[in-house]
Design a protein around this ligand. Sequence first.
Ligand code: NAD
Length: 291
Amino acid sequence: MIIGFIGLGNMGAPMAANLATAGHDVIGFDVAGTSARGVQNVGNITDAVKDADAVITMLPNGAILRAVADDILPAMKKGAVHIDCSTVDVDSARAAGDAANKHGILSVDAPVSGGVGGAENGTLTFMAGGSADAFALAAPLFEIMGQKAVHCGDIGAGQSAKICNNMILGITMIGTCEAFALADKLGLDRQKMFDVVSTSSGYSWTMNAYCPAPGVGPTSPADNDYKPGFAAELMLKDLRLSQQAAQASDAATPMGQAATELYEQFVEQEDGMGRDFSAMLPRFEKLGRNG
Ligand code: NAD
């Protein structure tokens, strides 16, 4: 296949490189001039997409996705597929899908989980929204870049699944960290706390697989001085998207809102920027009931 790849950043570059390694012709464009192994770079966005059977975008946010969609969709071949793998708001994903329809282009929103490591190793999980025909065109590419792709429903369903998952993740991480901080104050040994909770009803991915306490449980960013991993500011981005969606759909998400406010404070007023999202634990360690 000829594949246009727009947005060769931390995630996009290794994803594009994996497609090239698998034998596809990958033509790349990034405003920053970045490239990737095996990818042919071009100087303008239209040249990256005009002959492509599939165009993948991996961009920072919904506003940029909308602008890029305006540029690429009129230039693409009819019947080609646009696959957006960025994490964006549900409305922008739907707007890009509607615009694609008008131009006779198939469209899939397919945000990922797995981070830069998953992008490099081709082990991402894709959560996809779009028609069955569009998903069928994208599926072989998901197989190269990832290990699992779930077709979640119509356009926007991928972003919906991603922000619901990450809202649970943010809330659960905070709950796990505050429980460790309480256990400390109660004089409970952290290893004993892990041994009990990881096999009791408080267990979770954040406790069992990504434990925020250094030296406890499997190796995690806590054991590497809280270097990300999954940075606190990316968690904040996803929590904000969850609250934007909750507002737009009139959903009650009080815990999601509280988690958003805590990560906002951590990233914007404290030392959370650039640290793993599990660094909430040292944050709570320092606090008493009244701050
Ligand atoms: P990044 O900032 O490293 O890459 C984004 C790239 O898009 C940059 O290279 C930038 O120059 C390029 N870009 C911006 N505007 C452009 C335009 N108009 N035309 C062409 N290129 C343009 O970000 P990233 O870490 O690669 O993340 C990309 C997306 O994936 C984001 O939506 C992010 O939320 C999501 N995501 C990231 C991770 C992660 O761990 N980094 C994990 C899951 C999902």
